[in-house]
Design a protein around this ligand. Structure first.
Ligand code: 0X9
Ligand code: ZN
Length: 307
């Protein structure tokens, strides 16, 4: 069973989902969907109720966009654990919906931050870029999507944290997410991307302060998540459009997923911890992933009513 007492390496995460697919062959399927710049495997786990009905509606979730946000893959793994190992208590979430989950979008960055204290706060991918004679690694994968790319809240200078990349989709990792989105969006209900930190539930748009036509539906889903978490734990989540409650930033995956056709698109920013906010001690994992699941479960329940 999944451990919430320590952070997993990328190799352990891959083994964990492979093992679930072997143990639950009728309900769980894994698929290699691409490779990172440094040739690490990008692998999805699809969770179903095993009834074999094809082309159900789908929720697509990912984690590990930003290298230093270790609580994100941990929380995504806990969602997987609940949907698979605690299936009896969550069967209604899987009756008419499949879940497709990519636990680590940026494994090169995730592994790099595990190499020492200098690397610990690294955010981007690891593809090298030359700038003024020096080599810096990576673009911000959450500024690299081709929707109002680099228009707002992004940098065009390599070596900066929010570097949008030399071109949209310059990073192999964001191409993989884009292609998954387009392959799923015809039946896509929710795109949910897990980040840290700040306790936010953010919906489009992030490239403009304008709200989408369906913003009241997005607000209702986000509010369901925030209310459930506060009621269960007391932790307060702020919800609203990315631009209006956090900051403007174009080229992010949430806006792209919504543009690609998912009814609902949410960035969830989890609880802070440690010295920087991005480094909760391992003793906090269990508490944080459980409060996250309460919110995700409540949002998924709300979707069943609405879509
Ligand atoms: O800036 C980001 O990419 C996200 N925050 S983080 O601290 N995890 O880096 C927020 C993204 C919100 N979405 C948009 N602005 N589109
Ligand atoms: Zn992030």
């Amino acid at each position: 069973r999944l451990s919430t007492e320590r952070y997993y390496t990328h190799a352990e995460i891959i083994s964990y989902i492979n093992d679930l697919a072997v143990r639950y062959p009728t309900r769980v399927f894994v698929k290699t969907v691409g490779w990172s710049y440094e040739k690490r495997e990008l692998k999805t786990i699809t969770i179903t109720n095993g009834d074999g009905r094809p082309n159900k509606k789908v929720n697509f979730m990912d984690g590990g966009f930003h290298a230093r946000e270790w609580i994100s893959p941990a929380a995504v793994l806990y969602v997987i654990d609940q949907l698979v190992e605690n299936f009896e208590n969550n069967a209604e979430l899987l009756l008419d919906y499949d879940w497709v989950i990519l636990p680590v979008v940026n494994p090169d960055g995730y592994e790099y931050t595990q190499t020492g204290t200098v690397a610990r706060m690294f955010r981007r991918t690891r593809q090298p870029y030359k700038y003024l004679g020096v080599t810096c690694h990576g673009a911000d994968p959450n500024r690299n999507f081709d929707f109002h790319w680099a228009e707002e809240g992004a940098s065009t200078t390599p070596c900066t944290d929010t570097y949008a990349g030399p071109t949209p989709f310059s990073e192999p990792e964001t191409i993989v997410v884009r292609d998954l989105m387009h392959s799923l969006s015809a039946r896509g209900i929710m795109y949910l991307t897990i980040h840290s930190y700040g306790n936010y539930l953010l919906y489009p748009w992030g490239w403009t302060s304008d709200l989408p036509d369906t913003w009241e539906d997005l607000d209702e889903v986000a509010r369901a998540g925030a209310d459930a978490i506060e009621e269960a734990t007391g932790t307060q989540y702020t919800y609203g459009s990315s631009t209006n409650v956090l900051y403007i930033a174009a080229g992010a995956s949430d806006d792209y997923g919504f543009y690609a056709g998912f009814n609902v698109s949410i960035t969830m920013e989890l609880s802070a911890g440690g010295a920087t906010g991005f480094d909760p001690p391992a003793t906090k994992i269990d508490e944080y992933v459980k409060e996250t699941w309460i919110g995700i479960r409540a949002m998924a329940q709300k979707l069943l009513e609405k879509y």
